[in-house]
Design a protein around this ligand. Structure first.
Ligand code: 0GY
Length: 297
């Protein structure tokens, strides 16, 4: 049987070939808590139901970047181009020793034995995705049933949605029985200002639910101005300053679906002191919080 050649989309932007060395000296044990692996295909083929076909970006490249930037560990989030086939992510976790954890994407038919096998490889949670351009809609009851299955393993839930969908999602999010980590601050529209009701709704959600955490990630995705992403700084600062014990940071390498430009991962690291302005906040954001959540057993 011949393997299908999965050619990346014509408008796909590949990750930065030569990021700068960060000026920021990361604290010992820093965790890149949001990144992905893509393939490499054909060893780990992309899923038939995918909405995009990326370049290959496998574990070797991810771990080379980890070492180059000065991180110690990674949290690898299952990317939608792999659907519910978690093999590339699980393989990457296994080959990192204790230096990587994973977040899986699973369906309602997942068995406890399969979850346990992933747990042994380092998986510590599942991702529920509500972003319409990335996935077909999943009924909320399916997510609730999955949440019920994974909670006894001590796993948590990562959720990806866009700001305009938050109001409708609040009752669902408040039913989650585990820690709930929101990707990219719930994708605020940064042209609206931090006082806008949409962003204030997100702040209120975190204030009222102590199990809800946020990744202060992806300025390159949220920015309208482009590098150095000054328009996103107030949003990240607002979250870090209020919730310093419930924030995570990651590169988002290899930056799926970036169309305007490809960020320099070293420059992204140098963005951290703008959003976590004290060494204490940086220590929590980069080390203490992810270590507690992902390596805490
Ligand atoms: C991200 C953001 C995106 C994509 C994915 O799994 C994915 O395909 O997460 C996006 O396109 O906004 O977190 O990398």
């Amino acid at each position: 049987m011949t393997e299908e050649v999965q050619v990346m989309d014509a408008d796909w932007l590949e990750f930065h070939p030569s990021p700068k060395k960060p000026d920021l000296m990361l604290p010992n044990g820093a965790v890149d808590a949001h990144c992905h692996v893509f393939g490499p295909s054909p060893e780990f083929p992309f899923a038939p139901e995918r909405k995009y076909t990326p370049c290959n970006a496998g574990k070797d490249k991810l771990y080379a970047l980890r070492d180059y930037l000065g991180f110690e560990r990674n949290v690898i989030v299952q990317a939608t181009c792999h659907g519910k086939d978690n093999r590339a992510m699980v393989d990457a976790c296994r080959s990192a020793g204790d230096k990587a954890r994973g977040i899986a994407s699973v369906g309602p038919d997942i068995t406890m034995a399969e979850l346990q096998e992933m747990d042994e490889a380092g998986v510590r949670g599942v991702r529920f995705n509500f972003v319409k351009r990335l996935v077909d809609a999943t009924p909320q009851q399916v997510f609730l049933d999955i949440a019920d299955k994974i909670k006894d393993l001590g796993w948590h839930i990562v959720v990806y949605f866009e700001a305009q969908d938050l109001e409708e999602l609040v009752p669902f999010l408040e039913r989650m029985p585990t820690i709930l980590v929101v990707d990219h601050m719930g994708r605020p529209d940064v042209t609206k200002g931090t006082d806008h009701p949409d962003f204030q709704r997100f702040i209120r959600l975190m204030e009222e639910n102590e199990n809800i955490w946020s990744k202060v990630t992806c300025p390159e995705r949220l920015s309208v101005e482009g590098p150095p992403y000054a328009d996103v700084v107030p949003y990240c600062q607002a979250i870090v300053e209020r919730f310093e014990d419930r924030v995570l940071w990651g590169t988002d390498w290899p930056h799926p679906n970036m169309k305007s430009h490809m960020p320099d991962d070293g420059a992204l690291v140098d963005y951290i002191p703008k959003i976590a302005r004290t060494p204490e906040q940086q220590q929590k954001l980069l080390v203490d919080n992810p270590m507690r959540l992902y390596w805490g057993r």
